[in-house]
Design a protein around this ligand. Structure first.
Ligand code: AVJ
Ligand code: FE
Length: 434
């Protein structure tokens, strides 16, 4: 892999930071101050908390850790520490006002751009290849996705708008693809901005398996609902059965049955559920139950990554299903360019060598297993990014959604959440042993 020059790294980091900030502004300038400070759901922070937290993390990593500067507002660190205060309690904290939060975040950014122009980009793991700048751009984009979830949970008329995604269609596509048995390289040691949990690259043997060509659609999921899937305990993991009984869950979040059809609320608009679109807002338990009902199972993380990265011709693992080149609008639905997944079968240019579609973008895909470290894992740069979440409590999601920016999405990228979560942009595809 060619090593990028400092000029290229600085330009890449600048673009990633600018792209993230433009999105942060879009998400925080389309609603008034009352909506910025309101709590739209106990599952989420007020938008204004995310805004100042973005600035505070940037100050801590790029101004204090990288540039060695003294703290600008040390007194707010604890207010914006995600581990000190759970989301439900954040509205009660002494938060910066919307105007103060904007001023703080843009003041930090101005200083960071000066650091980026001149700071050496070699000599310590934090600055090598501009890692810390890439990490902070990814952090801001992850909170932008979180803020988009808050927008989806918010009541009232639409505040956001975006063009429709490209069309799809599964006519002529096989329902599933065979991935032959054999080893492949999982994870990465080469991707400069890969986060600690994606490292290091290591070999895995994977038995032959079949995987769905596209994510499971709303139409397919409706068949599960219509067949009494939510009232038949046979399909459910015990904790999942408890959750749907306790909360009276009978369909994906934001769906409702009315006048003989399924409707859904999407960013302030109610519309018929489109049958050809990947299903969204399902928990791991709902995905797991659907798969069992269908006589199938969720793919393991290794299966998902092999389907997404393994090139049978060369034996290499690629950065993305289509190759090593960065995502483009022709290859994947990323970056909040659209406010929904594209229909199943879209993005033929994003297909894997074996013909698996839409692995990157559209919907996060639940995988079977728990969030665990790879052999040789080392926490970097802080234990709270990944390490404290490893264990049986969290399930892994792969591939990114329409709400994920390209900077925070790769064939190796790992996201995780509790198996009960369904406000996230989560869907899934199924697999079976060959
Ligand atoms: C990787 C999406 C689970 O949002 O909790 C943001 C990312 N870490 N700030 C999260 C993150 C610290 C994280 N996820
Ligand atoms: Fe954060």
């Amino acid at each position: 892999t060619p090593v990028a020059t400092d000029d290229v790294l600085r330009k890449r980091a600048l673009e990633a930071l600018n792209t993230a900030r433009a999105r942060t502004r879009l998400l925080t300038e389309c609603v008034d101050d009352r909506e910025l400070t309101a709590q739209h759901s106990p599952l989420m922070s007020p938008l204004v908390w995310d805004l100042a937290h973005i600035g505070n993390q940037e100050e801590q990593w790029l101004l204090r850790a990288v540039a060695g500067r003294d703290p600008i507002r040390p007194e707010i660190d604890s207010v914006y520490d995600a581990f000190e205060h759970p989301r439900a309690e954040r509205p009660t904290l002494p938060l910066l006002s919307p105007a103060e939060s904007r001023t703080y975040a843009s003041d930090i950014r101005g200083r960071v751009l000066d650091v980026l122009e001149a700071h050496p980009l070699h000599g310590s793991p934090l600055v090598d290849s501009a890692f810390a700048f890439g990490m902070i751009a990814q952090h801001e984009q992850q909170h932008d996705e979180t803020m988009l979830i808050t927008h989806q949970l918010r009541r009232g008329p639409a505040a956001l708008d975006a063009p429709e995604p490209p069309g799809g269609g599964t006519a002529g596509l096989p329902a599933e693809v065979l991935v032959p048995a054999g080893p492949f390289t999982m994870g990465t040691s080469a991707e400069p901005w890969a986060l600690d949990n994606e490292r290091p690259a290591h070999h895995r043997h994977v038995d032959a398996f079949f995987i769905d060509t596209t994510p499971v659609t709303n139409g397919a999921f409706q068949a599960f609902v219509a067949d009494g899937g939510y009232t038949d305990e046979r399909w459910w993991a015990p904790e999942g059965w408890d959750q749907i009984r306790r909360h009276d869950i009978g369909a994906p979040l934001f769906w409702r049955h009315e006048g003989g059809q399924w409707l859904r609320r999407r960013f302030g608009v109610t519309e018929p559920v489109p049958e050809d679109e990947p299903v969204l807002h399902v928990s791991w338990y709902e995905a797991d139950a659907y798969a069992r009902w269908a006589g199938r199972r969720l793919p393991t993380e290794a299966e998902w990554e092999k389907a997404a990265r393994h090139d049978p011709a060369s034996g290499r693992s690629r950065r993305y299903p289509w190759g090593d080149e960065d995502p483009t609008p022709e290859r994947a639905n990323l970056g909040q360019r659209h406010l929904r997944p594209a229909p199943a079968g879209a993005y033929p240019e994003g297909a894997s060598p074996l013909g698996v579609r839409q692995l990157i973008g559209d919907v996060w895909e639940w995988t079977a297993g728990d969030f665990l470290p790879y052999p040789g894992f080392a926490p970097f740069p802080y234990r709270e990014y990944s390490e404290v979440f490893f264990g049986p409590g969290y399930k892994v999601l792969r591939g990114g959604s329409f709400a994920v920016d390209a900077v925070a999405c790769r064939g190796t990228f790992r996201n995780w959440d509790l198996p009960v979560r369904r406000q996230i942009f989560s869907g899934f595809r199924t697999a079976r042993d060959a």
